[in-house]
Write a protein that binds this ligand. Structure first.
Ligand SMILES: [Zn+2]
Length: 123
């Protein structure tokens, strides 16, 4: 994990940090962490910009992270990269016994870069 990615995990729930680290070692597609803990001001700015619809984001409590796929040192948003990263997160989650939700599995407003701890297990 890059220094920058590690910095962005500051304030994130330790179980999620452990997952991110193991996923990074398992994934066939490199990724960096783009966002972890988020301030309420930033959440409101994202809502105003249309990038988020919830005032109840898991980022506000350190229960979510966003990642960006990296190919040959460059960020890529191509959708097919994200299920491959998600598979690494799910494998790490199964090994660590941590319930997670991938935003790419949401039926509406699918969010490929987003991973969060399951609210049922981590309220
Ligand atoms: Zn997110």
């Amino acid at each position: 994990m890059s220094e920058r990615s590690l910095k962005r995990l500051a304030g994130v729930h330790p179980r999620l940090v452990a997952l991110v680290k193991e996923a990074a070692s398992l994934t066939p597609v490199d990724f960096m962490v783009t966002e972890g803990l988020r301030t309420r001001e930033r959440q409101m700015a994202l809502i105003r910009a249309g990038a988020s619809r919830t005032k109840n984001s898991r980022h506000l409590t350190g229960h979510a992270v966003d990642v960006a796929a990296m190919v040959d040192g460059q960020v890529r948003w191509d959708w097919p990269l994200y299920p491959r990263i998600a598979a690494a997160f799910k494998a790490a989650a199964a090994r660590q016994g941590t319930a997670i939700v991938w935003g790419g599995d949401w039926p509406t407003l699918r969010d490929g870069p987003h991973f969060e701890l399951d609210r049922k297990a981590f309220p």
